[in-house]
Ligand binder design. Sequence first.
Ligand SMILES: [Zn+2]
Length: 392
Amino acid sequence: MEFDLSWLLLGLPMAFVLGWGASRFDLRQWRLENKQAPRSYFKGLNYLLNEQQDQAIDAFIEAVQSDPDTSELHFALGNLFRRRGEFERAVRVHEHLLSRADLSAADRDRAQHALALDFLKAGLLDRAEVALQRLEGTAFEGAARLALLAIYERSRDWAQAAEIAQRMSQAKQGQFANREAHYLCEQALQAAATNPEWALDQLDLAIQKAPQAPRAYLEKAKILDRQQQFEAVDLCLAQLARDCPGYVPLGVLMWANAAQKIQRQAALDLCLQKLYAERPSLDLLEARIALLNAREPLQALHDTLALYEEHLNQEPSLVAAAGWLKAHAQIAPAKGEGDDLPKTLQRALDRATLPLSRYRCAACGFEAKTYFWHCPGCQSWDSFPPQRIEEL
Ligand SMILES: [Zn+2]
């Protein structure tokens, strides 16, 4: 019998390859893995979908125990703990992930980010800050910097916040010019009492950084007003009227006072008339009335009534109606002892107009007697319109 050697040459390598493949491929093991790990994993998912978080956690712990190398399960478990407010357990899961030497660089960053979120949610701001700083240069850098900004704003660390905002602007991670101007304003406010000149420099920097942002003009005018530099107040607010006319109502009474001190009532009245014609406002009206002080008292009262009537013809305003009644009572005082109806009406109107004179955050509805640049309710910047509630 003739033996074909070419079959042997071909068959031997094939047998070797098949043998090697079989040694790598354990069918039983494959079946076991496909049956056991996914089963508890899907069981956990199913519990999650049914909003049974306790059972989901038990299922995921079982899955993690049977397959301790799978990072996805750890992430799922850690996030679940955090969502349930079990921050210690979430931190333990994410720290365990970070301690693993076999973790890929992407998963390591993800675990670091998750750990920072655990600390943030737990209110451990110092530890969150350190965890977030470690994310510089990773895919989570933008999110980490935003979270750091929130931490520095909460702790009123405006210098650090300004540095982060500057870095984000440079890296084109968003528009931060207005925010940077706010941080400069906050730093100026902190120093205004002890070092007003430095504060004024910071406000000039803020104006340079964001000329269309109204706050720095107003803060600067306040400091100058305290220093009784009325010419400078007039100049500064004229700049505000030119660059951000909608925000003049927030400083207009201070402007009227400064104009009276430097005898510029007529010029300011002209300017306010123009602004008022474009956008009637109760604050502009009050400032125009304040400018009437220089006139003879009875004439001033008649002019005041005329201004309120002009406003009421345009806007059905309760605040203007209360103002009209007050001025009218001064012209025509009560005729006798029993004639106290106007006073009673006045009191009722004053009470009714109090909530209407507040400012309201457009983002969360927080209301306040004073104007806020940074909402105490929802922490938004520039969320308060510069009009009173009655004018919204
Ligand atoms: Zn708010």
